[in-house]
Design a binder for this molecule. Structure first.
Ligand code: SF4
Ligand code: SF4
Length: 355
């Protein structure tokens, strides 16, 4: 039976909830490399509740510091709207200060990860993610126009750098298939612990809605399906109706049946909680959404020859060998490029532009 902790908290008292989390879900971090992944969806202020609140990140970082890890890394790849603005997003939201010097750009150091060929044969993910001994995922309690809730499973979508997120949105083509895509991404590297910021949650048409709710809770779990089932129930949504939870169960990742989940604390439905439309169809067909995805998908990396020093870093690091040196400068093969934009992230001269 999987366990979900539901613990009262404010941003001033969050450390008590984090201490309790590590009592219930003890992790041996001695000598380990620990990646802490908040939800840094886009550049915003902490009060907008679009990202994990910096107080929660800071409390987790300070707790992990006491457990003798070999290294701590904090990072995320912002979503489609803020692609490439990793540092700006962390600075503006306050997550950079909360990371206490452990921030690293997980859009860098790409490696190829096998994927479901129904969607793409592989994707690019940072070596930092793939080689972390322990991953602690810090989602936020939010709704989502396509997946209804944005919780533990959806938070892993941020391990994808660059335009891969929008490409997969497009390849999925329907909300049902997009639910399946997020489980495929989650499976690449299942995190070891989930700590959800539900001190202030989001309702309405998330994940960047202005409708906020004071909930006053931190949730924690070592299983994402169990945590997302509890989030759904709190929002007044039957977890068995969510395709991504059905798919995760089919894949043996956990069970959303609340009878199989041991809940420490009180699971209470939030009264009159505003959910987005259950099908998500309206959002996917929304013309503005389609135009935004299309605008992100058409970009390809292009080298500015006035800045390029021909160091070869981008060619060596491209996870799918889409770059070759031609007449001393790198050129991209658009048929091979998977638009991870890692070359742009890692170019020391900032010589790669998207056009
Ligand atoms: S990494 Fe930048 S400077 Fe180096 S070859 Fe590539 S584009 Fe040129
Ligand atoms: S050339 Fe394309 S696939 Fe290669 S690193 Fe750049 S964006 Fe990624």
């Amino acid at each position: 039976m999987k366990t979900v902790l539901v613990h009262p908290a404010t941003y001033d008292t969050v450390r008590q909830a984090i201490d309790r989390t590590f009592e219930i879900f003890p992790l041996n971090l001695t000598g380990k490399t620990v990646l802490i992944k908040p939800n840094a969806l886009r550049t915003s202020t902490a009060d907008e509740a679009i990202v994990t609140h910096p107080s929660v990140l800071r409390a987790v970082v300070e707790k992990v510091e006491t457990l003798s890890p070999a290294a701590i890394i904090v990072g995320d790849n912002p979503g489609v709207v803020s692609y490439g603005a990793n540092e700006e997003c962390f600075e503006k939201t306050g997550l950079m200060a909360a990371a206490k010097g452990y921030y690293r750009n997980i859009g860098n150091e790409p490696v190829k990860a096998g994927f479901n060929p129904e969607f793409m044969p592989w994707v690019s993910v940072s070596r930092i993610v793939m080689e972390a001994d322990i991953i602690i995922s810090l989602p936020r309690f939010k709704t989502h126009g396509l997946t209804v809730i944005s919780g533990a499973i959806k938070n892993s979508y941020g391990i994808l750098p660059g335009a891969q997120k929008s490409i997969l949105h497009k390849i999925a083509g329907s909300p049902k298939r997009f639910h399946e895509v997020i489980v495929e991404v989650f499976k690449i590297r299942v995190p070891d612990l989930f700590i959800l910021d539900a001190v202030v949650g989001m309702e309405g048409n998330g994940p960047a809605s202005p409708d906020l709710r004071d909930i006053g809770l931190i949730l924690a779990a070592d299983n994402a399906v169990a945590m997302d089932a509890v989030i759904a129930a709190m929002m007044g949504c039957d977890p068995s109706r969510l395709r991504f939870l059905q798919k995760a169960k089919e894949e043996g990742l956990g069970d959303y049946d609340l009878k199989t989940i041991h809940i420490i604390g009180k699971l209470e439905k939030i009264p009159n909680f505003k959910l987005p439309p259950m099908s998500g169809e309206g959002n996917l067909k929304d013309q503005a959404v389609q135009e935004m995805l299309a605008s992100k998908n058409k970009f390809r990396p292009k080298v500015d020859q006035t800045l390029c020093t021909a160091c070869g870093t981008c060619v060596a690091q491209c996870p799918v060998s889409a770059l070759t040196m031609m007449d001393e400068f790198p050129e991209v093969d658009p048929d091979i490029c998977i638009t991870c934009f890692c070359c742009q992230e890692m170019c020391p001269e900032k010589a790669i532009r998207l056009s």
